[in-house]
Design a protein around this ligand. Structure first.
Ligand code: BT5
Length: 229
């Protein structure tokens, strides 16, 4: 079996503002592929587009890993790995929200420097989070794996193994796995600039959406919302 490269070296912090911010510093300073930053408590976790991520101390998995020469579909690779961790019933809301019973159990933030060919992949998973641990505004949409604090570290190890496998997997396998877990398939959605029905993920990892007039558009990136919620 191939030697696992993700997670070595590992910097574990008792408390940090954002593991992604810390890992980006390390990446910019030349950290090796696989360098991992984890934390027990993250006080200013970041989401996409300036949003924030809540991670109740000791109950959530928060990690950031430095990747050299990351694949083009990194967010989808990460989503496949996180969905595997979250179990057979987990679905992926393109491009990278992982849902269980329609609730978001994990968030993924891939940031990079294409010109320097590195990325920092940040993942937060609600491993043992109870709804009362989260801000009231999230209790209607957030979900949890429902495990115990002692499961955070085993989940990290499982996730790193899954990530390594999906990073090495052929694109058609990755896309097949995501299509089998597509939370948006045939659902009514809204996106920046339109509304319509989601029609699956194409061979380039784009989300295909169909407008009411029948025209199909492939979305490269960005926000897609379920029209019903
Ligand atoms: C994400 O952004 O979902 C990416 C989150 C990435 C967090 C990890 S933790 C380790 C690493 N270090 C960091 O600083 N970040 C990464 P986005 O798709 O923009 O979603 C953000 C939204 O998710 C928020 O505006 C909330 O509505 C919701 N949210 C925040 N915390 C949540 C939680 N614990 N569970 C479920 N939903 C949450």
């Amino acid at each position: 079996m191939a030697v696992r490269r993700l997670g070595r070296p590992r910097l574990h912090l008792r408390e940090v503002d954002s593991t992604n911010r810390r890992a980006r510093e390390l990446a910019a300073a030349g950290a090796a592929h696989g360098t991992l930053v984890t934390a027990t408590a993250q006080t200013a976790g970041r989401g996409r587009q300036g949003r924030s991520w809540s991670a109740p101390a000791g109950r959530a998995l928060v990690l950031s890993v430095v990747l050299r020469d990351p694949p083009a579909l990194l967010p989808l690779v990460a989503a496949a790995a996180v969905a595997e961790l979250a179990g057979d019933s987990a679905l992926v809301k393109w491009p990278n929200d992982v849902l269980v019973d329609g609730r978001k159990v994990a968030g993924i933030l891939a940031e990079g420097r294409p010109q320097e060919s590195w990325a920092v992949l940040g993942i937060g998973v609600n491993v043992a989070v109870r709804m009362d641990d989260l801000p009231a505004g999230l209790r209607g949409t957030a979900g949890t794996l429902g495990l115990e604090p002692g499961d955070v570290e085993p989940c990290l190890q499982r996730l790193l193994c899954a990530l390594e496998r999906w990073l090495a997997a052929p694109r058609d396998e990755l896309l097949a796995a995501l299509r089998a877990r597509d939370a948006l398939a045939n659902r009514e959605v809204r996106w920046d600039g339109g509304a319509g029905t989601a029609r699956g993920i194409d061979d380039g990892g784009r989300l295909v959406v169909q407008r009411a007039d029948g025209e199909r558009v492939a979305l490269e990136a960005g926000e897609v919302h379920l029209a019903s919620g």
